[in-house]
Design a protein around this ligand. Structure first.
Ligand SMILES: Nc1nc2c(ncn2[C@@H]2O[C@H](COP(=O)(O)OP(=O)(O)O)[C@@H](O)[C@H]2O)c(=O)[nH]1
Ligand SMILES: [Mg+2]
Length: 194
């Protein structure tokens, strides 16, 4: 069973470290590289009868300066780019464009999942699902939402990660052809649910 390297990126405070903790709760932190300021946390996860060995790479604050070493970009199976669906001092959603550019410049044909985090802060939410999905469509990447703190959507995210790792590039994006509103309307017309 070969391992898969998954690198988390996104502005500081969006919830990268919290998400890794939520994903790996109860599992042992096997490797740490404090001197190079990257942390690798391993997690075994079963999806569709296959056991996946995933290693999540967290930044240790240097994302603040956009000064990530090539260490992060070598031999990566998947990048997770996070933003905060609420607005703090600035829009972490807007920063995603440059995070995606950074990834694509460093790794040609990289697989990326965009993640809208802090779903639990409903009242403070400023980036809607449709807005994020439309953006992801334009960039030809998948979009998933979660609350790293509460755990909402995290299992779904893990399934997506395993599914995507096995798929050839580019992904089949459910939202590429039509906006979600159109899809919803069609589903209503067909009287089916999902
Ligand atoms: N309400 C809420 N807070 C979160 C969530 N995820 C992270 N946080 C908080 O956001 C802050 C930054 O999280 P952290 O994981 O350190 O972000 P990082 O800088 O991207 O690693 C911390 O105070 C977390 O407790 C979430 O899903 N919901
Ligand atoms: Mg962190």
């Amino acid at each position: 069973m070969s391992g898969h390297k998954i690198v988390l990126l996104g502005d500081t405070m969006v919830g990268k470290t919290t998400l890794i903790q939520q994903i790996t709760q109860g599992s042992v932190q096997l490797d740490q590289y404090p001197t190079i300021a990257a942390t690798e946390v391993k997690k075994f996860y079963k999806f569709e009868n296959t056991q996946y060995k995933l290693s999540f790479w967290d930044t240790a604050g240097q994302e603040r300066f956009r000064s990530l070493t090539p260490l992060y970009f070598g031999n990566v199976s998947l990048f997770l780019i996070l933003f905060d669906v609420t607005y703090q001092q600035y829009s972490t959603f807007e920063s995603c464009t440059s995070w995606i550019d950074t990834v694509r410049t460093s790794c040609h044909g990289a697989k990326i999942i965009l993640i809208g985090n802090k779903l639990d802060l409903k009242a403070q939410r400023v980036i809607s699902s449709d807005q994020a999905r439309l953006f992801a469509n334009g960039k030809q990447i998948w979009y998933v939402e979660c609350s790293a703190q509460v755990g909402t959507g995290v299992i779904k995210l893990m399934d997506k990660i395993c599914e995507y790792i096995n798929k050839p590039f580019p992904p089949i994006n459910h939202y590429t052809e039509e906006s979600t509103e159109v899809v919803h309307k069609k589903r209503k017309e067909k009287q089916c649910c999902f």
